[in-house]
Design a protein around this ligand. Structure first.
Ligand code: C5P
Length: 271
């Protein structure tokens, strides 16, 4: 009794952040897009004890890993007996990268557990379980293209980004999400990403227009050194023919959108 799921990465086509709420989270408005880069998550039922085997080192205490938390949340909420669950995780999405890798792995565990233990559970119920694991996890359960609001859990489906090639470049440093959110508090963020223009471009299926209104407020609160690195990657992507480029999530991965696969391959090689 085993189920394998792909845990897809995401990029934020736009990401705007508003006020800090009483619960410590910030209001966000973001257009999120699932992309074709994935980890592979295999969940096996009834193995006697819960375990996690991962292709890269995981958290010091395995129980702190979001996949193990997903397991606990699923069985606590459904009041079912697990009989022991083994999770095997093959990582391809870089961690601490702004690509939602950890969130997506947890979402894949939930999806696999539903298949194995509760096939009649609705998508809505699974998304509400996902919310308990992190702000991006409901989107990772749903996938596709969505407007995400609230702390990220309020999702509205949007038409997908037109088919294109995407180059990702992750600088050698990590940016911890809570610190980046804290940097936004009280900062002068200047003009905000235009979410409405992005939604309109997607509705028209206009890749060039979508690429022209990529935007992420986290790019405005980078240190000089971080900002320099992000700018130079964006410039390189644009020089090689990207229609647009931006940082994803709380960074530091930068993505570029290309309407020509050859140009994308050349950009990748140059980077
Ligand atoms: O929801 P998640 O656990 O992924 O969030 C990690 C941290 O990022 C939170 O503890 C909070 O500091 C910050 N965050 C936020 N506002 C959001 C999402 C995350 O302040 N909408």
């Amino acid at each position: 009794m085993r189920c394998t799921e792909r845990a897809y990465a995401k990029i934020n086509l736009t990401l705007d952040v508003g006020a800090k709420r009483a619960d410590g989270y910030h209001e966000i408005t973001s257009v999120m897009q699932r992309i074709s880069l994935w980890d592979t998550v295999t969940v096996e039922r009834g193995t006697g004890c819960d375990s996690l085997l991962c292709s890269v080192p995981v958290t010091e205490d395995v129980n702190d890993n979001l996949c193990m938390k997903a397991l606990r949340v699923f069985f606590a909420e459904t009041a079912m007996e697990s009989g022991g669950v083994s999770i095997t995780l093959e990582k391809h999405i870089p961690t601490q990268a702004g690509l939602g890798g950890g969130s997506s792995d947890a979402a894949a565990v939930l999806l696999a557990l539903r298949t194995l233990y509760a096939p009649r559970m609705t998508d809505m119920r699974l998304e509400r379980l996902a919310e308990k694991l992190g702000s991006d996890v409901p989107f990772c359960v749903r996938g596709g293209t969505c407007l995400a609001e609230g702390r990220g859990e309020l999702l509205t489906d949007l038409p997908p980004l037109p088919d294109c090639a995407i180059v990702l470049c992750k600088p050698d440093f990590g940016l911890p999400t809570p610190e980046l959110f804290a940097r936004l508090d009280g900062a002068d963020l200047g003009p905000r990403p235009d979410t409405a223009a992005m939604a309109a471009a997607l509705a028209r299926g206009d890749l060039a227009a979508a690429a022209a209104c990529l935007g992420n407020v986290f790019e405005r609160v980078l240190t000089e050194e971080e900002g320099e690195e992000i700018r130079s990657i964006k410039e390189a992507l644009l020089r090689h023919g990207a229609l647009g480029a931006a940082m994803s999530g709380s960074g530091p991965t930068v993505f570029g959108l290309f309407d020509d696969r050859q140009k994308a391959v050349r950009a990748k090689e140059a980077l």
